[in-house]
Write a protein that binds this ligand. Structure first.
Ligand code: RB5
Length: 149
């Protein structure tokens, strides 16, 4: 499994912590930037991570900004991306089991470091349950297909 990571300046330090955490666990990642705390625009990095997952270079993505909101909205604009903004482990697990989220968004100014890493671990370890949830996720794709030009 390979995970695409991206953040704006507000999420940069959390992204770096996640990189170390993944390295300790032996999980491969692709760093889509940003590379410092210099001010940048979160849509660029939400988009890069989403495109990296969409094209299949990485199976999953994790995006971070100050709140996680702007970068999750941005990632969700890429068809096929289901980005879930999570601030607790239960939601992180459900976002995989029920929604088959392929990108996780975290708010660096919202979460403490330890909770953020627990959310990351929970999300990575959880699996889509399929069944009735697959029908519902397919209906999300139907919405995309109706509006994609
Ligand atoms: C940047 O100051 C901040 O707006 C951004 O990190 C994020 O919180 C936006 O949703």
């Amino acid at each position: 499994m390979k995970i695409a990571l991206g953040s704006d300046h507000g999420g940069y330090e959390l992204k770096e912590l996640i990189k170390n955490h993944l390295e300790e666990k032996g999980i491969e990642y692709v760093d889509c930037g940003t590379n410092s705390t210099e001010s940048v625009d979160y849509p660029e990095f939400g988009r890069k991570v989403a495109e990296t997952v969409k094209e299949g270079t990485c199976e999953l993505g994790i995006v971070c900004c100050g709140t996680g909101i702007g970068i999750s909205i941005s990632a969700n604009k890429v068809p096929g991306i289901r980005c879930a903004l999570c601030s607790d482990c239960y939601s992180a697990r459900m976002s995989k089991e029920h929604n088959n989220a392929n990108v996780l968004a975290l708010g660096a100014r919202v979460l403490g470091r330890d909770l953020a890493m627990e959310i990351v671990d929970t999300w990575i370890e959880s699996e889509f349950q399929g069944g009735r949830h697959e029908r519902r996720v397919n209906k999300i794709s139907d919405i995309e297909n109706k509006f994609v030009i």
